[in-house]
Design a protein around this ligand. Structure first.
Ligand SMILES: Nc1ncnc2c1ncn2[C@@H]1O[C@H](COP(=O)(O)OP(=O)(O)OP(=O)(O)O)[C@@H](O)[C@H]1O
Length: 315
């Protein structure tokens, strides 16, 4: 890259930075139900913030309030310090993919983007750029109503990118995408954040989130449960011990600080050495079927955090 180009890039990047999402005591009630309850949160620029929570936790409602599709019962949501309703050309400030199927089914993908561009005074040349960026060029002339879920997601992402905004929200963007598409979205999120943009992303796919997000916000029953870097939530390695002798495994657990029964016959011991755990099991005459070091996963951390907040679960 030539030096002048580098300066141009950097100048571009800096112009995205600092446009945060700020939630202040954000609350939404639907009759008796409190969907979002007093959320105080800052979503910073220059990183991917994952937004997690069980079904019905209030993630979509929160995102809808940020982009003015739902009105808060109390509190406020601000984008770069302004309410969505006060932005003159909102798509230039914030892009969102919230519901991929919310497109006029009779319109082509291209016509949908042209209408969006016109409504926000975005140069029409940008339409072809974003169609190419999401790999929808060939299908752009077809009716959006005939798109597969994955194609609709790509069109939704194109719509979010159209105004080249510093703030981006994506609600379950990989839902319906093929493995190549999932990998593409991961790279896209990372590069948007690297340009200094604010990227707020919800997903139920924990392994995907672990690879994509820098920071996580977890909510349950409309309340904030965690707001922390991924590395803080996914804390270090654990020793996994497998044994068919469940009762003896419980006795081993009782002698190991940091031990937790993850499932019958499966023990996880945080902060221990595999050799020491193996020696102790040998001393106690415990039959082992497995002993290995595992990286603790985001899925485990998430399940622990939300265990009291799951409303729609099976036994
Ligand atoms: N328009 C509405 N009218 C009444 N209740 C609503 C409305 N929209 C959402 N809710 C309720 O608010 C709660 C939060 O829903 P929301 O869709 O925000 O959750 P979510 O975290 O996005 O869930 P999921 O992971 O299942 O998509 C749910 O109990 C839902 O039924």
């Amino acid at each position: 890259m030539a030096p002048d180009e580098r300066v141009m890039c950097r100048a571009g990047r800096d112009s995205y930075r600092g446009h945060m999402i700020t939630l202040r005591a954000l609350t939404k009630r639907y009759g008796e139900l409190t969907a979002v309850s007093g959320l105080d949160l800052t979503v910073a620029s220059g990183r991917v913030t994952g937004f997690l929570g069980p079904n019905g936790a209030g993630k979509s409602t929160t995102m809808r309030m940020i982009v003015g599709l739902d009105r808060p019962t109390s509190g406020e949501a601000l984008i770069g310090g302004a309410r969505y309703a006060d932005l003159r050309w909102p798509l230039r400030h914030v892009g969102a993919l919230l519901d991929a199927k919310a497109v006029h089914p009779g319109r082509s993908g291209r016509a949908h983007l042209v209408a969006l561009a016109r409504s926000n005074r975005i140069p029409l040349g940008r339409v072809e750029e974003v169609l190419d960026a999401v790999g929808l060029g060939k299908a752009a002339g077809r009716r959006a109503g005939g798109y597969s879920l994955g194609m609709s997601q790509r069109l939704g992402i194109a719509g979010a990118l159209l105004g080249d905004p510093p703030v981006l929200l994506f609600d379950e963007p990989v839902n319906g995408l093929d493995p190549d598409g999932v990998r593409w979205v991961r790279g896209l999120m990372r590069s948007l954040a690297a340009e200094g943009r604010t990227v707020f992303l919800s997903s139920h796919l924990m392994s995907e989130m672990q690879q994509t997000a820098d920071h996580l916000v977890v909510i349950g029953k409309g309340r904030l449960l965690a707001d922390a870097p991924v590395g803080e939530l996914v804390s270090g390695a654990a020793v996994e011990v497998l044994s068919p002798d469940h009762a003896a495994l419980e006795l081993l657990a009782a002698r190991l600080p940091g031990a937790r029964t993850a499932a019958p016959g499966r023990l996880l011991v945080q902060g221990a050495e595999a050799g020491k755990v193996g020696d102790l099991a040998h001393e106690m005459g415990l039959r082992l079927h497995g002993l290995r070091v595992t990286e603790s996963s985001l899925e485990e951390a998430y399940l622990r955090l939300t265990e009291d907040s799951v409303e729609y679960g099976t036994a």
